[in-house]
Design a protein around this ligand. Structure first.
Ligand code: SF4
Ligand code: SF4
Length: 243
């Protein structure tokens, strides 16, 4: 049995929808005049923190789109101790992501074991040439400075191991700096007292002269003793000898 419709009910329903929508807050974004407020975990672009990358190639291998390009070479590090073995390490030559292929799945960031890749909410990097969407390592590093700080821990949460390790290293460095400072102060103080010590050492080294020597000293012409007298030929043995 078909339901009877009241004439004009459709119009009333339509007006009700219009009224409801008119009273709701507008969701239109005025971009680019007004920058949108994006959630902190927005997937805009990928930043590379190069110092953490060990060139393990995991991200490039796991990327479903094969849009991560990595080049590297091996470098030998001489042994730190005599008789030790030389070590080799990978040095990054190229790291690039082609954002024209990337599907923003985030797998590369998830699999990176060394926290070298991060999401940044930046999204304004459209290009007129598709080749410019391949971002090389310098550009990927620049994106790092736009990565938001991690959210604060829940109250009462256990401190992450990384923080404890960083604090331990910072404490150790501070202790080393303090020891070096104390050593410098001690050396400066020792240098300040050194002249007196030298004088004392010189005085101790001087031999005590016998009494006769003192007479000999007084017999020698002093600066004002015999020089004031007029000289005679007898006073000049050299000339006398020659005569
Ligand atoms: S987000 Fe996904 S597609 Fe893009 S580079 Fe990472 S793994 Fe590849
Ligand atoms: S997974 Fe991480 S450490 Fe390994 S190559 Fe990729 S970015 Fe570097």
């Amino acid at each position: 049995m078909s339901r009877l419709s009241i004439p004009g009910s459709g119009l009333a329903k339509g007006l009700a929808v219009t009224l409801r929508t008119m009273t709701k807050k507008t969701v239109t974004e005025q971009y680019p005049d007004v920058q949108p407020e994006l959630p902190p975990r927005t997937r805009g672009v990928i930043g590379l923190f190069e110092e953490n990358c060990t060139v393990c190639m995991l991200c490039a291998r796991e990327c479903p789109d094969w849009c991560i390009y990595i080049d590297s070479h091996k470098e030998t590090i001489p042994a730190a101790t005599p008789g030790g073995r030389d070590r080799s390490r990978n040095v990054l030559d190229r790291f690039a992501i082609d954002f024209s292929l990337c599907m923003y799945c985030g797998i590369c960031i998830e699999v990176c074991p060394f926290d070298a890749l991060f999401w940044s909410p930046e999204f304004e990097y459209s290009e007129t040439d598709i080749r410019d969407l391949t971002h090389e390592r310098d550009k990927l590093r620049e994106w790092m400075w736009t990565v938001p700080a991690p959210p604060a821990l829940d109250p009462g949460a256990e401190e992450p191991k990384e923080l404890a390790a960083a604090r331990k290293t910072a404490d150790k460095l501070a202790a080393q700096q303090e020891t070096a400072q104390q050593e410098t102060t001690r050396q400066q103080a020792a240098r300040a007292t050194e002249p007196h010590a030298d004088e004392q050492a010189r005085a101790a080294e001087q031999p005590t002269r016998p009494m006769g020597d003192s007479k000999q000293q007084t017999d020698q012409p002093g600066p004002t003793s015999d020089r004031s007298k007029p000289r005679t030929t007898g006073d000049q043995p050299d000339q006398e000898g020659r005569e």
